[in-house]
Write a protein that binds this ligand. Structure first.
Ligand code: KG4
Ligand code: ZN
Length: 331
C-alpha cells in the first residue's frame, strides 16, 4: 500500500511516500527555520504564506524522488490537528484536492500520533502496550499506547514544553533559534555536572514542569554567566532537562509495569536524551525504541506511517476532515 503523507502543522512543509507503513520511498522536508530565526520563533502568518508557496513543489518532489506516478497512490494521510490553523489548512486543502482527484481515501492524522508512529517506521514490530514520551516544541506528554488508536495520557507538562525550555533557554543564553539543536551541539564540549540546575519533582504524578529551570537559567546567566564556559552551562542545562524526562519516564514504567519505552518528537533527537534513555533502559531490561533524528523532528513520513495503520484497520474513515488548532491525543 502506497501512502502519500503531508505535514504542514508548524514551520516545516513536508511530503513523503511510504510503502506498507515501513519503507520510506521519499521524505521531502522544506524547513522555514531561516525565515523565522530572525524573529526568534515561528510567525504563524509568515509560515502559512510559505506553506502555500512550497506545498505543490514539495509534493511533486516526493512523487518524483519515490519514482512513482500520482496514480500509484493508494491513500493520503495529512496532519489535521493540532497546530497553527492557517498552516494546517494548506496541507489539508492540498490533501483533500488530491484525494478527490485521484479518488483515494484521505485520513486526518493527529500530529502526536504521527510522532509516535515514527517508531514503527524503524521498528514495525514494536509491541503493544508501551509507554511513550512525546517531547516537542509544543508538547511534553507521557502516553500509554495500547494500540494504533488507543492512547491514554499519563502525565504532561504543567507549564513549558521541553522544546520550549530548550528554545527559551537558548534565547536567554543568546545562542539563537531553534535552541534544541544548538544546545545539543555546544553541550558536547561541556561538563554536564559543572552547574547544578534545579529539577522539579512533582511527587505522586507523572507530570513535568520546566518553568523553574528556565528562571534558574536566567538568574544564573545574569549573576554568574561569565564565570563558566557556554559549553558547561549548555551541558548542565541539558542534563537537568534530560534527567527530569528520564526519571519521570522510568517512574511511569514502574507505575504501570509496562516494560517498553518509545520516545518521539523534536526533542527526542537530543543526543543526551537518546543516550541516557538507552543506557537506563538497558540496565533495567526495558525494551527501548527511538527514531533517528530526522524522523524525530517534523516530517511527513511519520504521518504516512500513521495513515497506513489507520487505513489498514478498516475502520470507517470520515468523508470530511476538519482542521483543529488544539486537541489532546485522547479523551
Ligand atoms: O516535533 P518538532 O519538530 O516540532 C513540533 O511539533 O513542535 O519539535 C521542535 C522542537 C524545538 O523546540 C527544537 O528546539 C527541539 O524540538 N529540538 C531539539 C533538538 N532538535 C530539535 N531539542 C533538543 N535537542 C535536539 N537535538
Ligand atoms: Zn512535531
Amino acid at each position: 500500500m502506497i501512502i502519500l503523507g503531508i505535514e504542514s502543522s508548524c514551520d516545516d512543509t513536508s511530503a513523503s511516500i511510504v510503502k506498507d507503513g515501513r519503507e520510506i520511498l521519499s521524505n521531502i522536508i522544506s524547513s522555514q527555520i531561516d525565515l523565522h530565526a530572525r524573529f526568534g520563533g515561528v510567525v504563524p502568518e509568515v509560515a502559512s504564506r510559505k506553506h502555500v508557496e512550497l506545498i505543490n513543489p514539495v509534493i511533486n518532489e516526493a512523487i518524483s524522488k519515490a519514482n512513482i506516478c500520482f496514480t500509484d497512490i493508494d491513500g493520503i494521510a495529512v496532519t489535521n490537528r493540532p497546530g497553527l490553523l492557517g498552516a494546517l489548512l494548506i496541507g489539508v486543502t492540498a490533501a483533500k484536492s488530491l484525494s478527490a482527484a485521484l479518488d483515494v481515501p484521505l485520513v486526518g492524522i493527529h500530529h502526536l500520533q504521527g510522532h509516535i508512529a515514527a517508531n514503527f517506521l524503524i521498528n514495525p514490530n514494536f509491541g503493544f502496550p508501551f509507554i511513550t514520551l512525546v517531547v516537542s516544541g509544543g508538547h511534553t506528554d507521557l502516553i500509554l499506547v495500547r494500540s494504533h488508536d488507543d492512547y491514554e495520557i499519563l502525565g504532561r507538562t504543567r507549564d513549558d514544553a521541553a522544546g520550549e525550555a530548550f528554545d527559551k533557554s537558548a534565547r536567554i543564553l543568546e545562542l539563537g533559534y531553534p535552541g534544541g539543536p544548538v544546545i545539543d551541539r555546544i553541550a558536547k564540549e561541556g561538563n554536564p555536572k559543572a552547574i547544578h540546575f534545579p529539577r522539579a519533582k512533582l511527587d505522586d504524578t507523572l507530570d513535568f514542569s520546566f518553568s523553574g529551570l528556565k528562571t534558574a537559567v536566567i538568574r544564573f546567566y545574569k549573576e554568574q554567566g561569565n564565570k563558566h564556559s557556554m559549553a558547561d552551562i549548555a551541558a548542565s542545562f541539558q542534563d537537568a532537562v534530560v534527567d527530569m524526562l528520564v526519571q519521570t519516564t522510568l517512574k511511569a514504567v514502574e507505575a504501570t509495569g509496562i516494560n517498553r519505552i518509545a520516545i518521539a518528537g523534536g526533542v527526542a533527537a537530543n543526543s543526551r536524551l537518546q543516550q541516557q534513555m538507552k543506557e537506563k533502559s538497558a540496565k533495567r531490561g526495558i525494551e527501548f525504541s527511538c527514531p533517528p533524528p530526522i524522523l524525530c523532528t517534523d516530517n511527513a513520513a511519520m504521518i504516512a506511517c500513521a495513515g497506513y495503520y489507520t487505513i489498514k484497520s478498516g475502520k470507517l474513515i470520515p468523508k470530511e476532515i476538519d482542521t483543529i488548532a488544539s486537541q489532546p491525543i485522547s479523551g
